[in-house]
Design a protein around this ligand. Structure first.
Ligand code: GLY
Length: 462
């Protein structure tokens, strides 16, 4: 974890933002896979990590805003725990690492909160996403599970989002620490993308790279020759010459900062002429978007610019027609790029998504557009120095979507359906990097993973 002053300062800033009441931040506990003693790999809650730094199950933190008091609740390891898991630091020692002097057994959390409720003090909590913590909140605060999300504290959510969105220098270093592993994962996938190899062979190796770096992937690996399915986690296909292999994968740093990159690879080492043309459009769109990044511009504007490059390129190839700006404004390009340009990244791959996408990506200035495609944009608001975001345009040939739109005669003035249908089976192309917004522009984080047509072909060909 970072030095304890980091966590003391962050909690202090949070108190200034929330102003009144008690902030309850439960950490995560072990989560059973198929029986209590056989658990998923432990992953701490990201907001708990941000304010307390302790990567240990079974803890909860309370920040008393009015009394300027931070308390950690948890239990010391029993002898039985030590027999099975080895010696553990005491709760007191863990509290000291996070700059907290007051520690209590977990069972006292309930009494502490009951006392606050009886005094009619506001208790702020974040929307829970794990079953265990929903049950905990029900037990502690008697809030029915189906009402917990809407009763979560908007003031606390906004305070947490405003702090976690601006990355500290030490957080940027930590993000970059994971980028070396991300580079190795993606370049290894490129070298392995040969006919006869199964998707699962490559997925296993690159997940192994993340594990052997001492951490884990930042989300389940997407590695597929059916890249037209945006989040395809099936790895059962055998690669054949001419396939496009889409790899969307990342790892965590030791302190759980995430990377998220996508590359699309020609199996066997040579793009076909059509693959190359479409790849180049996606790459041009990504480069244009990255060149536009600076504080003060909205990510919605950048998304629109990127989509215009896609629509213009598809016009040149005959898949689309008509006025590019109008086509994008009305959402016709979303047949080919149904997702948004990107999202924030930090302690989560989709940073703070548990707190609500509208709190993280939108505000009073920039409201979500209610149209297919652009409506899926996770981050639309103005960029600020210190944001770290992904830029990930793509082009996909999705048979079911094409069939539906054609039947509905949707956007016939902008889409050539005959030409588009002739490419069914093409798959999908996405290219993604992680970008830091700087004072006057931006910086692509990490060692550049090959992405030009020539660079990718060369590395696949070895
Ligand atoms: N890279 C996975 C995602 O953004 O959803």
């Amino acid at each position: 974890m970072f030095d304890k002053t980091t966590y003391i300062n962050r909690r202090e800033k949070l108190k200034q933002k929330v102003k009144d009441g008690i902030i309850l931040l439960p950490g995560n506990d072990h989560s059973p896979m198929n029986y209590a003693g056989n658990t998923y790999r432990f992953r701490q809650d990201s907001s708990f990590l941000y304010f307390f730094g302790l990567d240990i199950p079974g803890l909860a933190g309370i920040i008393d805003v009015n009394n300027n008091e931070d308390t950690l609740f948890g239990d010391d390891a029993t002898l039985d725990d030590i027999v099975w898991m080895g010696p553990q630091p005491s709760l007191k020692e863990n509290g000291e690492k996070a700059g907290i002097k007051k520690t209590f057994p977990l069972k006292e959390l309930s009494a502490k909160l009951r006392e606050a409720v009886s005094k009619k003090r506001a208790i702020h909590y974040l929307p829970p996403y794990r079953g265990e913590n929903k049950i905990l909140l029900y037990r502690l605060l008697n809030i029915p599970i189906n009402e917990q999300k809407e009763k979560a504290s908007a003031g606390l959510i906004k305070g947490v989002v405003s702090l976690r969105s601006i990355k500290e220098n030490q957080e940027i270093k930590e993000l970059e620490r994971a980028m070396d592993t991300a580079y190795l994962m993606h370049t290894t996938a490129m070298k392995m993308a040969r006919p006869g190899v199964f998707e699962g062979d490559i997925a296993g190796v690159i997940e192994g790279i993340a594990l052997s770096s001492g951490t884990m992937t930042s989300f389940p690996v997407i590695l597929t020759k059916h890249g037209e399915t945006l989040h395809n986690h099936d790895h059962s296909n055998k690669l054949e010459k001419g396939d496009l292999l889409l790899v969307d994968a990342g790892c965590e740093s030791p302190l759980h900062y995430a990377t998220d990159h996508t590359r699309t690879i020609p199996v066997g080492g040579k793009f076909s002429p059509l693959q190359k043309d479409i790849y180049q459009i996606v790459l041009d769109s990504q480069i244009k978007a990255i060149q536009s990044i600076k504080p003060g511009i909205t990510n919605l504007d950048i998304h629109i610019k990127a989509c215009e490059v896609i629509a213009s390129g598809l016009n040149d190839l005959g898949f689309m027609k008509g006025d590019v700006k109008q086509a994008v404004e009305q959402g016709a390009h979303a047949l080919f790029m149904p997702h948004g340009l990107g999202h924030m990244i930090g302690l989560d791959a989709h940073d703070m998504e548990d707190l609500g996408e509208n709190f993280v990506g939108y505000n009073n200035e920039v409201k979500r557009k209610n149209i297919f495609g652009t409506g899926n944009l996770r981050l639309a608001k103005k960029l600020q120095e210190g944001f770290v975001i992904t830029v990930e345009p793509g082009i996909y040939i999705i048979p079911q979507l094409i069939q539906k739109w054609e039947k509905e005669k949707k956007f016939t003035e902008f889409i050539d359906y005959e030409k588009t249908k002739s490419c069914i089976g093409f798959g999908g192309i996405r290219i993604e990097d992680d970008i830091l917004v700087t004072e006057d522009g931006c910086r692509v984080l990490g060692k550049p993973i090959p992405k030009s047509v020539e660079e990718v072909e060369n590395i696949v060909q070895g």
